[in-house]
Write a protein that binds this ligand. Structure first.
Ligand SMILES: Nc1ncnc2c1ncn2[C@@H]1O[C@H](COP(=O)(O)OP(=O)(O)O)[C@@H](O)[C@H]1O
Ligand SMILES: [Mg+2]
Length: 389
């Protein structure tokens, strides 16, 4: 177990090195928890879907790993497919809590569908709610909110019509991506464009194949990082693992650097590169903790927390950043539903690098959500701690 040390803090950000517990702990009473996800194998194929449509959906092994983690501390978890059957299956199985990782099946705000159903049914759930999930998916809205808060995000233009005039303030090279996708969908080395003809070709491809506007923004040529957090502002109630959190209520995972110049990515961390198991042939180079200055690390933690709070994210999140040519960090996007595949997901790579067991990560997300709802705690044995497996 680490001894707690305080890092030099910029104003407004209080960071302490975490004390990573040896085993997961449960603060709530044992719960009947429904794990909600869209399994890759159950997602219907749409005839007009882009080739990488299925990449964001979850594999059975991810759901199995979550179920196992929740079982380990005594919860009674079970899986429900997050499709149109959900309204009926929730009413039939009556979970006390839901662990939500559903990506949603269709529509502009698909990541908000399950939260909206759960709110309609009055069932508490982990992770961000309707609005934050919708904003996180719609990259341009998140960028406008951050710009309004003075947080760094590069200039952009949204192209509903790929032939619309390009604003003269945008300078090449530019980067073109779908406005509301994730998991690197629609992103490849051709997304970096050097001239207007190439920019229009990419914008047309996105509008036609992804049926949504193209987000065109300044290309950031520097190093790429992703920063994971779990936490919420303190509620005043006891946490199962209080030492895991800084006094601001958040736990900051070690910064992960991704070098997509190596392997299949060819400079871009797109869907192809994201799906390769780290270390396998063609995978980008992952370095965690990233080799960076203390100042850059603190600045990226500050930006991550501010970006999450600005859009109303809850319990967990991952923010992607890139540096400009002078080494200044800029917010690319936030993921309010970060992947939790134990082997390939960035958040799990960070937890592993810190020495945090997967089951701790999963149970903390549930503990944080339970705390946020202010649900009753067991009086006699409020914290169940398990010995390390
Ligand atoms: N403005 C940009 N400049 C340089 N690279 C970018 C830019 N925007 C996105 N990328 C590259 O594309 C990848 C995917 O973009 P991102 O905005 O994170 O969307 P996604 O939701 O698909 O992860 C990034 O990880 C990065 O490698
Ligand atoms: Mg990303």
């Amino acid at each position: 177990m680490n001894k707690e040390k305080t890092i030099d803090e910029p104003p407004g950000l209080q960071l302490s090195l975490p004390i990573t517990p040896a085993a997961p702990r449960r603060i709530s009473p044992p719960l009947k928890v429904a794990v909600l996800a869209n399994l890759k194998k159950n997602v219907p194929l749409r005839p007009d879907a882009p080739p990488d449509d299925a990449v964001e959906y979850d594999r059975e092994e991810t759901v199995e790993a979550i179920l196992e983690s929740l079982r380990l501390v005594g919860h009674k978890p079970f899986f429900l497919e997050a499709d149109v059957t959900l309204l009926d299956t929730i009413r039939k199985t009556k979970p006390e809590f839901c662990f939500n990782i559903s990506e949603g099946l269709r529509g502009d705000a698909r990541e908000s569908h399950v939260p909206a159903i759960l709110e309609m049914l009055g069932v508490p759930y982990s992770g961000s709610r309707v609005l934050a999930n919708a904003i996180s998916l719609e990259k341009v809205i998140a960028k406008r909110i951050w710009r309004d808060r003075g947080l760094p995000t590069v200039p952009f233009q949204l192209f509903h019509d790929p032939e619309a005039p390009l604003r003269s303030s945008l300078r090449f090279p530019l980067f073109v991506k779908p406005v509301r996708e994730g998991s690197g969908k629609g992103v490849s080395p051709t997304s970096i464009v050097q001239n207007e003809a190439d920019m229009r070709r990419e914008a047309r491809r996105i509008v036609q194949d992804y049926h949504q506007p193209a987000l065109v923004e300044s290309f950031l040529p520097g190093r790429e990082f992703t920063v994971g957090i779990i936490g919420n502002p303190p509620t005043g109630r006891r946490r199962a693992n209080p030492d895991l959190y800084s006094s601001d209520g958040f736990h900051y995972f070690p910064v992960l650097e991704i070098d997509p110049n190596v392997g299949a990515g060819q400079g871009v961390y797109g869907s192809e590169a994201k799906l390769i198991v780290p270390g396998a042939e063609g995978s980008p180079v992952y370095t965690c903790p990233a080799s960076i200055s203390c100042n850059l690390k603190k600045e990226m933690y500050r930006l991550t927390k501010s970006a999450a709070i600005a859009i109303g994210a809850e319990d967990c999140g991952r923010v992607d950043l890139r540096l400009d040519s002078e080494g200044h960090p800029y917010l690319l996007e936030i993921n309010t539903l970060p992947g939790v595949n134990p082997d390939v997901s960035d958040l799990c790579i960070m937890a592993k690098a810190e020495g945090m067991q997967y089951s701790i990560l999963i149970n903390e997300i549930l503990n944080l959500a339970y705390d946020r709802y202010g649900l009753p705690l067991e009086e006699k044995a409020p914290v169940l701690a398990l010995a390390a497996a």
